[in-house]
Write a protein that binds this ligand. Structure first.
Ligand code: AMP
Length: 206
């Protein structure tokens, strides 16, 4: 097995966004998602996302696309009706949720987590569990407006306090309240980021 944590100075080029698909989200979360997408475009970062046109995911993709950025959506065939992909952004149609998540992982150098529901939780917990197994060391930044993600952090800390999760896992992510801090936090992470041998990680995961 190759060393999954060999250091390189590879710059970030693509960032995956995990976020809610509900149109009932707080309009402030929607505006922040749009702004984050636009900030990625201005920084030359490609936005990789779940491929839908609805909720925060649609807002982030619109923000990136309308600011002239690159966008890659990845959506399972069976969700096309429900999540309504855009016609004018690059979209890959896959066959399953597992394939979607694996492609989002492979195609991204870092991850941003916006407010979301059960689907977002599923995605971020899986990503953290892969980090806990040393399958990747990609940067993870949460947007936590008004402390949105504090209950999750408290639960993760609870598992650390009980000796069930290694304390070092808490180094895997940063959290910011202000959406404008997302892109600078990612870019500042660049220098210390550790490139993952993704092909080896994918071989072990599939
Ligand atoms: P939610 O946070 O529930 O609105 O879901 C956010 C996104 O995660 C939606 O696009 C869902 O289709 C997606 N999602 C939910 N569960 C999974 C899963 N198991 N694998 C991949 N994507 C998922």
């Amino acid at each position: 097995m190759s060393d999954l944590s060999s250091r390189t100075a590879a710059p970030l080029t693509s960032v995956c966004v995990y976020c809610g698909s509900s149109n009932a989200a707080d309009p402030a979360y929607m505006e922040a998602a749009y702004q984050i997408g636009a900030d990625f475009a201005k920084a030359g970062l490609k936005l990789v996302y779940g491929g839908g046109g609805v909720g925060l995911m649609g807002a982030a993709a619109r923000g990136a696309h309308e600011a002239g950025g690159k966008v890659l959506g990845i959506i399972p065939d069976f969700l096309r009706g429900r999540e309504q992909p855009f016609d004018d952004v690059e979209t890959v149609i896959v066959t399953s949720m597992h394939e979607r998540k694996m492609m989002m992982f492979e195609r991204s150098d870092a991850f941003v987590v916006l407010p979301g529901g059960i689907g977002t939780l599923e995605e971020i917990i899986e990503l953290l569990s892969w980090r806990r197994l040393d399958l990747h060391r990609k940067p993870i930044v949460f947007h936590s407006p008004g402390g949105f993600w504090e209950p999750l952090f408290a639960l993760l800390q609870h598992t650390i306090d009980r000796g069930l999760t290694p304390p070092a896992l808490a180094d895997a992510w940063r959290s910011v309240e202000d959406a404008a801090e997302i892109t600078p936090t990612l870019l500042a992470w660049e220098d210390e980021s550790v490139q993952t041998d993704v092909s080896e990680a994918v071989r072990l995961l599939t």
